[in-house]
Ligand binder design. Sequence first.
Ligand SMILES: NC(=O)c1ccc[n+]([C@@H]2O[C@H](COP(=O)([O-])OP(=O)(O)OC[C@H]3O[C@@H](n4cnc5c(N)ncnc54)[C@H](OP(=O)(O)O)[C@@H]3O)[C@@H](O)[C@H]2O)c1
Length: 374
Amino acid sequence: MTDTHPDAHHDARADPSVMRRAIGLAARGLGTTSPNPVVGCVILDAAGQVAGEGFHAYAGGPHAEVMALREAGERARGGTAYVTLEPCDHTGRTGPCSLALLDAGVARVVIAVADPNPVAAGGAARLRAHGVEVITGVLAAEAERGNAAWLTTIRLGRPHVTWKYAATLDGRSAASDGTSQWITSPEARADVHRLRARSDAVVAGIGTVLADDPRLTARAGERAGEREPLRVVVDTHARTPAGARVLDGEAPALIAVADDAVVPAHLSDRAVRLPRKPDGIDLHALMAELRGRQVVSVFLEGGPTLAGAFLREGLVDRVIGYLAPALLGSGRAALGEAGVTTIAGAVRLEFDGITPIGPDLRLELRRPNVHRDS
Ligand SMILES: NC(=O)c1ccc[n+]([C@@H]2O[C@H](COP(=O)([O-])OP(=O)(O)OC[C@H]3O[C@@H](n4cnc5c(N)ncnc54)[C@H](OP(=O)(O)O)[C@@H]3O)[C@@H](O)[C@H]2O)c1
């Protein structure tokens, strides 16, 4: 790489803009690095020119720092490395990145987010101990958002959950006769396929499976390689019909049933038995089951009943709503009973983005900082 970053200087003023570039690189790994974090790295040479760039592309593959150092070669000596996550200090499937940066003679390391994983943390301390200037917290909030799934999994010990819904302007997700296809535009639905492809698991309730018979797959063009997210149906009484599209074999499927359910033969190899709660499956047990299967990101596609249950249990981290410029006036609300009875109890969210998509609006929101441990 020979281009000069427009804001590159020897001083700290360039830090946010170069880090933003590193965050953009990290995002290229979304959907393929799981269960690892996404990480991006930019290395500037001593003159402030971009010498190398890299991102972590797949679990078991080289870390972002190693990719960027390879590209930078000798130009890394005396330069600055920008990394979205604290360089690891342990030998896993690859060697410690802290040592790789030291060996390359990098003089300064700028980090967005400290590594909360005790096994890998310590990279910043080791670099400092060897005389490298280390700056942390640059664009931390932005980098955290990019790594929300992995950070949630490390901090809370369960996968990160995005609840997605499509609704009319008056918040309805089906008409009073039960029809719901389609509320939003082909452009919005294509976006859903893109988000599915970036998730490790797509979850729906048995009500949705019986009503809409969804495939819950990501379209081929959106998939990262051959990887398909795990399809999960929350189905207390094992009612998923034999001909349901989620059982079509195009992607793995898991049917979460109660521990006392009578499981028919067509579900026997896909059913997993979980404890029962008054409303159905114990959703915390489901999260633990998915975590055990290396799932860090869950895309919850409803319906309203299951989404309400996830909210009640405090299991929704991000909401993506597609709002169509249409009115129904009657029919199911996008969200069912969520345990809120008074306005003071409303689940308050923060907007992360509002984007027109085709004729619709895409709203992205998150729970405010409840998961930050600092
Ligand atoms: N517009 C959208 O974005 C969107 C998305 C999806 C669905 N929909 C629409 O929503 C409708 C279906 O939604 P729905 O609310 O009837 O069904 P749902 O939310 O898909 O499924 C609810 C069912 O899940 C089972 N369940 C298992 N464990 C549960 C738990 N812990 N908490 C809650 N439920 C649990 C229950 O049935 P068992 O007790 O039998 O297990 C429950 O009745 C359809 O009309 C569909 O078109 C719209």
